[in-house]
Design a protein around this ligand. Structure first.
Ligand code: HEC
Ligand code: HEC
Ligand code: HEC
Ligand code: HEC
Ligand code: HEC
Ligand code: HEC
Ligand code: HEC
Length: 311
């Protein structure tokens, strides 16, 4: 028993040592920043009074460490993107003026990332209502945090996860009065009221993305980025609830979901007659309607025969 415990102890120690070597460098760098930027409050030593001070952190500056560790830029140090001068606190005022790289600064024209079509995405994005209205002030980072972005749609095979991840991008602003107001200077319209015409709103928002209805589907682009004016949004149920649903060309075009699109969820909404409006194929209902039709027909025939006889 004792021997086993000792063996286990060694094993744990061994794992800890081999693991930590690779991680420690990055963690040390991250740790310094995240000590403050992953918590509700932070503390520092006031160099004038020499006292320890504790303050609340601006909630928008609290980073989600789990989301960072799952994101595409997880291998970065904070100071790969931000100035090394952030290592001192209070941060210097002029750091606010520091230009930060955009997605295109790093990814534009890079063959490694060609499959993502950054340039084409940018072209489409520039047609969108957001860019048309706010120009450069509405940057890619309004939707894609460089800290936590994860290529969910092309990698996940869980539709609900994709929908949730993508819709959160829109909702983080459209459902956040402060953020929306910062961008637009006015109150955000209540999404629930705007979409009152849609039955089972909650269910729809869990199963389809905002962009399914609000973007133009572009051939050959994984994620449409041209968000159109509200007048052009999809309102017609049949666009989805029909045999050639637009969902096949948008959400379900991803290869990782293809199998499901043939069989799984979308197959479900396409083949399940109660979802596909105008194509009721329930065998029982079909039989019933034929029986009713035949009964009516016989009724009419018998009725006519009696009338002819009466005459
Ligand atoms: C002692 C706590 C503390 C540490 C450590 C810290 N920060 Fe900060 N940081 C803050 C606070 C508080 C703010 C809010 C603005 C302010 O008080 O200066 C902030 C603001 C920021 C901002 C936003 C600046 C702006 O106003 O636009 C960035 C970016 C930032 N920190 C990056 C970093 C990075 C990168 C590191 C690590 C190298 C780091 N911080 C370490 C506390 C800290
Ligand atoms: C891949 C580049 C990149 C890395 C890595 C990165 N940041 Fe940022 N960070 C940005 C950009 C870009 C912004 C500005 C976001 C915007 O304009 O909306 C930003 C903004 C911030 C802000 C201001 C709050 C906000 O979200 O706008 C804080 C605080 C911050 N970063 C802290 C950190 C810390 C701490 C780390 C390390 C754990 C880190 N960043 C790593 C690119 C990066
Ligand atoms: C400072 C430069 C820089 C900026 C800014 C930047 N990226 Fe990246 N990005 C990289 C690097 C380098 C990698 C490769 C990281 C790795 O392999 O660990 C990467 C990886 C990615 C990947 C994964 C590629 C793959 O196939 O694994 C995606 C997707 C991505 N970035 C999207 C974005 C988006 C969207 C933005 C803007 C919101 C952005 N990046 C901003 C440098 C950057
Ligand atoms: C209005 C919100 C919004 C804006 C603004 C936006 N995107 Fe996106 N983008 C999305 C959504 C939603 C997705 C789907 C995310 C997922 O699940 O992978 C996406 C996906 C992506 C992808 C991954 C595509 C793929 O094939 O996997 C890249 C790359 C990208 N965006 C780059 C950009 C760039 C570059 C900009 C700025 C020019 C930008 N985005 C602006 C909403 C936005
Ligand atoms: C089933 C299709 C559909 C889905 C899904 C959908 N919308 Fe809409 N949305 C519409 C239509 C249609 C309108 C126009 C309504 C009108 O004008 O009566 C609209 C209107 C809007 C408006 C304009 C509000 C205004 O009046 O200024 C916003 C913003 C909006 N939607 C955001 C979203 C967001 C964010 C999501 C995801 C959570 C979403 N929509 C999901 C179809 C949809
Ligand atoms: C950072 C904030 C922000 C994010 C993120 C954002 N939006 Fe918006 N959006 C706005 C603002 C502000 C307006 C109002 C534009 C105006 O005044 O015409 C708007 C307008 C709209 C409209 C209405 C256009 C019209 O004709 O009035 C739609 C639809 C819309 N957004 C959809 C989306 C979708 C879908 C996403 C996610 C993929 C998204 N938005 C992400 C801020 C945002
Ligand atoms: C953007 C595509 C899209 C549009 C547009 C759309 N739907 Fe749906 N609808 C869906 C999806 C996806 C589901 C979820 C199917 C499932 O359960 O997997 C759904 C589910 C439903 C359900 C089933 C609810 C339940 O309780 O199971 C009804 C009813 C429905 N939609 C009616 C409508 C009506 C009426 C309209 C037009 C006003 C409409 N839908 C527009 C995609 C759409």
């Amino acid at each position: 028993m004792k021997f086993r415990l000792i063996l286990l102890g060694f094993l744990v120690l061994f794992c800890a040592l081999t693991n930590s070597n690779a991680q420690s460098y990055k963690d040390a760098q991250h740790h310094q920043c995240l000590k403050c930027h992953s918590n509700q409050s932070y503390s520092f030593t006031n160099s004038v009074t020499g006292k320890e001070v504790k303050r609340l952190m601006n909630p928008y500056y609290i980073l989600d460490t789990i989301a960072i560790s799952e994101g595409v830029h997880k291998s970065f140090d904070c100071t790969d993107c931000h100035s090394a001068e952030y290592q001192t606190y209070p941060h210097q005022a002029n750091l606010k003026l520091e230009p930060l790289s955009t997605c295109l600064d790093c990814h534009g024209g890079d063959a490694t990332f060609a499959s993502y079509q950054f340039e084409k995405i940018q072209d489409e994005f520039k047609k969108s209502v957001h860019f048309q209205k706010y120009g450069e002030n509405f940057s890619c980072t309004k939707c894609h945090s460089q800290h936590t972005y994860k290529a969910t749609a092309r990698n996940s095979s869980d539709v609900l996860e994709i929908v949730d991840f993508d819709n959160k991008m829109c909702l983080s602003c459209h459902n956040d009065m402060k953020k929306f107001k910062m961008v637009s200077g006015r109150e955000n319209p209540k999404l629930v009221e705007v979409h009152n015409w849609l039955p089972n709103q909650e269910l729809h928002f869990r199963h389809v993305r905002c962009i399914e209805c609000h973007t133009e589907v572009v051939e050959g682009l994984m994620v449409s980025h041209n968000i159109m004016k509200k007048e052009n949004a999809v309102k017609n149920c049949v666009q989805c609830h029909s045999a050639n649903s637009r969902l096949k060309a948008s959400l379900y075009k991803y290869e990782n979901l293809q199998k499901r699109s043939e069989k799984g969820v979308v197959g479900g909404i396409l083949s399940n007659p109660s979802y596909t409006i105008g194509s009721h194929q329930s065998p029982f209902l079909k039989l019933l309607s034929i029986l009713i039709f035949l009964a009516t027909l016989t009724g009419i025939i018998i009725h006519s025969i009696f009338r002819i006889f009466k005459k």
